[in-house]
Design a protein around this ligand. Structure first.
Ligand code: FUB
Length: 449
């Protein structure tokens, strides 16, 4: 059994990660690829345990396929400021994992009796007839580690996408997938099965099903899973009266992703009286859908307990503070004509996006900005314009009160332009950025002081 040690490097890295606030919009982690986000609420914070996609290269994974060598965990007090706690488990510190397999696929984590149990699939070291994917557990006193991996995978479990669930009566279950979706009871120690694995019946027969995620609300057990009904995965759910079913296929939570990303993978939590869907898309890697990014959107229920379909957004969730760099390319709405979004640097997609406005009265709207109660005096806009142009920043609608007018000088380089705020109003607003003339203006971000 090898503990993931906080050596000098990881200790320094830990504090660098802790200091590094990530993003409020979608994707909510933009400095690395993350997929299969399993979200949990622990100690009043949201923790996300995703897979960590990297690019396969010579001697490292299989080019053109998923490539994952470790797991990070992220946490947030408000779903807008994210902290990366660094690597918690790596293929190099688990005795049973083949450290050349780069196959640390979708994980999940759960709390029981003072311990955090992190479940993860990976390729086993080949011995005798043992091969393929197994599922292991790493245990910690804290949700962010350090985690100690068990020396052997869970006996009698072959497959991927583990999802632990503890029912109101204290009985724990493990769900996972291996073409079908399986469930078994877990023993009190959370490390061993307490019943034989059984296939969950009555799910769609045709098309791959994987990524089970179970939750309970008002006595209804929701078994959610990605399923290929057509060409790519969409998020579906079935409901039942008991954790092991029987279940009835009930509906679609999210349609196939318009980007064409072949996979999707969900988790659903309630946090501060609002429900959220965590999922992934390949926004930061449009040409290669095995480098994915995690997203969050709000989720709502109908009166009868069925789930309203979630439409993926760029804006994501939560308030954005006016003093932050407001990435308006993660917009809520935009005009039909004259606005497009592009990467800032097509050779480095982690640099993010820019908004391009090029038609008179083209506009882009970014919702839920907290202007606070301080008297904000000026606006900064990072922009570039080959023609020179003027922007108006308005509140709530295209003809709403004007906060500021910003002249973008003609030039080839990015500039940070300061302009006075004319009519400050305290509170939370939707910002509308409008191009006055038929010019070309590119915007990286806006911010207030
Ligand atoms: O991330 C690798 C695999 O892709 C996951 O285990 C599946 O659920 C799918 O998202």
């Amino acid at each position: 059994m090898r503990k993931f040690e906080l050596n000098q490097f990881t200790f320094v890295a830990f504090f660098i990660f802790m200091a590094n606030n990530l993003f409020a919009q979608n994707p909510f982690i933009q400095d690395q690829y993350t997929a299969d986000p399993s979200a949990r609420v622990f100690e009043g914070r949201v923790y996300v345990y995703p897979s960590h996609d990297i690019l396969a290269e010579e001697g490292k994974g299989r080019p053109g396929w998923f490539c994952m060598e470790d797991y990070h965990v992220f946490s947030s007090p408000n779903l807008t400021e994210w902290t990366d706690h660094g690597v918690i488990v790596s293929q190099n510190n688990v005795d049973w994992v083949d450290s050349t397999s780069y196959s640390m696929w979708a994980p999940d984590c759960i709390y029981r009796n003072g311990k955090y149990y992190f479940y993860f699939p990976a390729g086993v070291k080949r011995t005798g007839t043992r091969r393929g994917f197994s599922i292991g557990v790493a245990v910690s006193d804290k949700p962010y580690g350090p985690f100690t991996p068990q020396p052997e995978p869970i006996e009698n479990v072959r497959g991927i996408d583990p999802n632990p669930f503890i029912d109101k009566d204290g009985q724990a279950y493990l769900y996972w997938s291996a073409r079908n979706i399986y469930v078994a009871k877990l023993k009190e120690n959370m490390l061993e099965l307490a019943s034989e694995p059984q296939i969950i019946e009555n799910l769609p027969e045709k098309g791959l099903k994987e990524g089970p995620y179970m939750f309970e609300r008002n006595g209804i057990y929701y078994l959610t899973y990605p399923h290929v009904e057509n060409k790519t995965e969409r998020l579906e759910y079935a409901i039942g009266d008991f954790p092991m079913g029987p279940f009835k296929v009930t509906g679609v939570i999210m349609d196939e992703l318009p980007s064409g990303c072949w996979t999707n993978h969900q988790s659903i939590i309630e946090f501060k009286s609002q429900w959220y869907l965590f999922y992934h898309n390949n926004d930061m890697s449009p040409q290669f859908d095995k480098n994915r990014s995690s997203m969050i959107d709000s989720l709502f229920f109908n009166q009868d307990g069925t789930i309203k379909k979630v439409i993926p957004t760029l804006r994501g969730v939560g308030l954005t503070d006016a003093s932050q760099k407001i990435q308006i390319d993660r917009y809520s709405y935009k005009s039909d004509k004259g606005v497009s979004i592009a990467f800032l640097d097509t050779l480095n997609m982690f640099a993010g996006w820019k908004a391009k406005l090029d038609t008179t009265n083209a506009w882009i709207q970014y919702n839920s900005v907290n202007l606070g109660s301080h008297n904000l005096k000026s606006i900064k806009v990072k922009a570039s314009s080959k023609t020179g142009g003027a922007l108006q920043i308005r509140l709530n609608k295209t003809d709403g009160p004007m906060l500021a007018e910003v002249e973008i000088p003609k030039g080839d380089e990015w500039d940070i332009i300061n302009s006075p705020v004319s009519e400050f109003q305290p509170g939370i607003f939707n910002l509308v950025i409008l191009l006055k003339d038929n010019k070309n203006v590119e915007i990286d971000w806006i911010s207030f002081e």
